[in-house]
Design a protein around this ligand. Structure first.
Ligand SMILES: Cc1cc2nc3c(=O)[nH]c(=O)nc-3n(C[C@H](O)[C@H](O)[C@H](O)COP(=O)(O)OP(=O)(O)OC[C@H]3O[C@@H](n4cnc5c(N)ncnc54)[C@H](O)[C@@H]3O)c2cc1C
Length: 571
């Protein structure tokens, strides 16, 4: 079979905020860039971000305060040099986006409006109504296009070409007709987004199956801090579709079945605006104690009625529509039902501030970069603050694009690709298409999502995590025995979903393994058997890789401290 080999200076996988921003910078610097994306760029999950993007520029705010909040919110696991870089660059990033054409909501006197979000000392989230991500995604995509970036829409990246410590391209197939291609490049960047689809109740797009992470891990490269999955306090009951933190930022009150504003018990000062992990645990605890509401008693109320119709229509119109469509409840007239939903992945592909992918604690993979949610810089540590992630994706996307352009100018060798480089992908496709077993992909996926929610969710313990490892063994064995019905080449989404399930099974094990080893509670990771934070043993990042036998091996990486003293948590 003949497979074309295309050659570029840089190939980027992913066309969300991080991928688009990087592609624009590279093309602007005169590089030949291709972006491979399994979705149309404007369907990337970045477009779902509702609430905002942080930058300290109001009179009472400062970059220093933004850093402090981010580090405290991270439960001191964030690398303080990376946080300092992000917070200092944030105001510039907003102005950059604005000058490229992103329209932000304004105050009456014409300044960019900012709303409060959990864990922040000042209202710091800039927004475009409750469509912030979509506005920025459209702008970044338009501008990348305008520079002449080549987009391969609906192409699925299935593998990297990695040999002797160097990456030299990506192998992909066209979802439309199964055409295959090898994208040979001096530099490759992953901007493949998050991985919360491994949980049953989640706020993520269907595409957020963490492919990028398992592709990297399958080559024995490390992943970092995978145990830290953020559960957002407010997903619509049943589906997990996000009701942005903007709802609490604008004054939403959380109530249990007794009508109590229960956050007064868990975070008497910050109340509903305590950081996400605290509010998510409070909600689940209320439900566990029998004070849940709704037909299944598995939700709590968020009450926004006191804001009035005008404010809701002005600030939260999309959220109101979502609750009407999916719950039949109008937040102008009545409280709506919410519960915690798997939302964001703090862990990912380990990188330094300039986006270089770490091979281990001492060295980097030549020609390989990552940015956005799939990367772990780490600016969020154990827990991300609201509105810091759109910022991370846009800011580091842009910065890493610039850093790649500089490295390319200094010279990154091009190792010519050959047809053998496509072999892993061809084997994977053949297995999924031709395997004649008895197991169904949707059933295995549901079992994975339900068991991860049950055993490695908001609350974890040695017992539940060990149980999950056994379930993962079973599911992996059953995966080897799958069969799909659709054997055609045109939009074979059944094949794609089977490949994606393979990825989900792979990285789920990293989440569970990391959670089991971390015998403490920090940020979003809460161990019922180790409820306290243990700085003595665990104030470090988890680096983990699969050895030649497929076993996960892990080792620590030091947290970069220095600017702010590590303190006990106070709510
Ligand atoms: C509902 C929701 C609301 C949010 N609201 C906010 C908010 O208000 N503020 C905030 O700061 N953060 C928010 N976040 C988080 C934030 O939106 C994301 O972390 C951020 O946008 C991620 O951007 P990204 O560019 O890294 O990835 P994404 O936008 O997810 O893009 C990933 C890209 O990778 C591509 N891709 C993945 N795998 C493959 C593959 N195998 N082959 C080819 N292409 C592939 C996809 O096609 C896509 O283009 C929200 C998240 C959700 C889910």
């Amino acid at each position: 079979m003949s497979i074309p080999i295309y050659t570029y200076d840089a190939v980027i996988v992913g066309a969300g905020l991080a991928g688009n921003a990087a592609a624009r910078e590279l093309q602007k610097a005169g590089k030949k860039v291709a972006v491979i994306t399994k979705l149309h760029p404007l369907r990337s999950h970045s477009g779902a971000a509702q609430g905002g993007i942080n930058a300290a520029f109001s009179a009472k705010d400062s970059e220093e305060l933004h850093m402090y909040d981010t580090i405290k919110g991270s439960d001191y696991l964030a690398d303080q040099d990376a946080v300092a870089f992000m917070c200092n660059e944030a105001p510039k990033t907003i102005r950059w986006a604005e000058r490229m054409g992103a329209v932000f909501s304004r105050t009456a006197d014409g300044k960019i409006a900012q709303r409060p979000f959990g864990g922040q000392s000042e209202p710091r989230a800039c927004y475009a109504k409750d469509r912030t991500g979509l506005t920025l995604l459209q702008t970044s995509y338009e501008q990348a296009h305008r520079e002449g970036v080549l987009f391969f829409d609906e192409w699925y990246a299935a593998d990297i070409i990695y040999k002797n410590g160097k990456i030299s391209g990506v192998v992909a197939f066209n979802i439309r007709n199964m055409d295959k291609a090898i994208f040979n490049a001096n530099a490759v960047m992953f901007a493949t987004g998050g991985y919360a689809r491994t949980y049953k109740i989640n706020s993520n797009a269907h595409a957020n199956t963490g492919d990028g992470l398992s592709i990297v891990a399958r080559h024995g490269l490390p992943l970092e801090d995978m145990e830290f999955v953020q559960f957002h306090p407010s997903g619509l009951s049943g589906s997990g579709i996000l009701i942005s933190e903007a709802a609490r930022g604008e004054g939403g009150k959380l109530l249990n079945s007794l009508g109590e504003r229960f956050m007064s018990k868990y975070a008497p000062n910050a109340m509903e605006l305590a950081s996400r992990d605290v509010v998510a645990r409070a909600i689940i605890e209320e439900i566990r104690q029998g004070r849940g509401v709704g037909p299944r008693k598995d939700a709590v109320y968020i009450d926004l009625t006191h804001l009035g119709a005008e404010k809701i229509m002005e600030r939260l119109p999309e959220l109101r529509d979502l609750a009407i469509t999916f719950l039949g409840l109008d937040m102008i007239k009545e409280p709506i039902l919410i519960s915690a939903t798997a939302h964001y992945s703090m862990g990912g592909i380990p990188v330094d501030i300039d986006g270089h992918v770490r091979k281990d604690n001492e060295s980097f993979v030549e020609g390989f970069y990552a940015a956005g949610e799939c990367a772990c810089v780490s600016v969020h540590g154990a827990n991300r603050l609201g509105a810091n992630s759109v910022l991370e994706a846009l800011l580091f996307g842009r910065h890493v694009g610039q850093s790649m352009a500089k490295d390319l100018d200094r010279g990154i060798a091009l190792r010519p690709a050959s047809l053998e480089d496509a072999q892993n992908m061809l084997d994977e496709m053949r297995f999924v298409l031709e395997n004649n077993g008895t197991e169904r992909v949707p059933e295995l996926r549901t079992l994975l999502q339900e068991s991860m929610t049950e055993n490695a969710g908001v609350f974890r313990s040695e017992e539940t995590l060990k149980k999950e490892l056994v379930i993962l063994d079973e599911l992996e064995a059953r995966y080897k025995n799958i069969r799909i019905e659709d054997k055609s080449k045109i939009f074979n989404t059944e094949m794609q979903e089977a490949i994606e399930l393979g990825h989900m099974l792979d990285y789920a094990r990293f989440i569970v393994d990391g959670a089991l080893r971390r015998q403490e509670s920090r940020g979003a990771h809460f161990r019922e058997d180790f409820p306290a934070r243990d700085d003595e043993k665990f104030l470090n990042h988890t680096m983990a890789y699969r050895d030649a036998n497929g076993k996960i091996v892990s080792y620590p990486r030091e947290v970069v401290l220095g600017r702010f003293e590590v303190k006990a948590r106070a709510y």
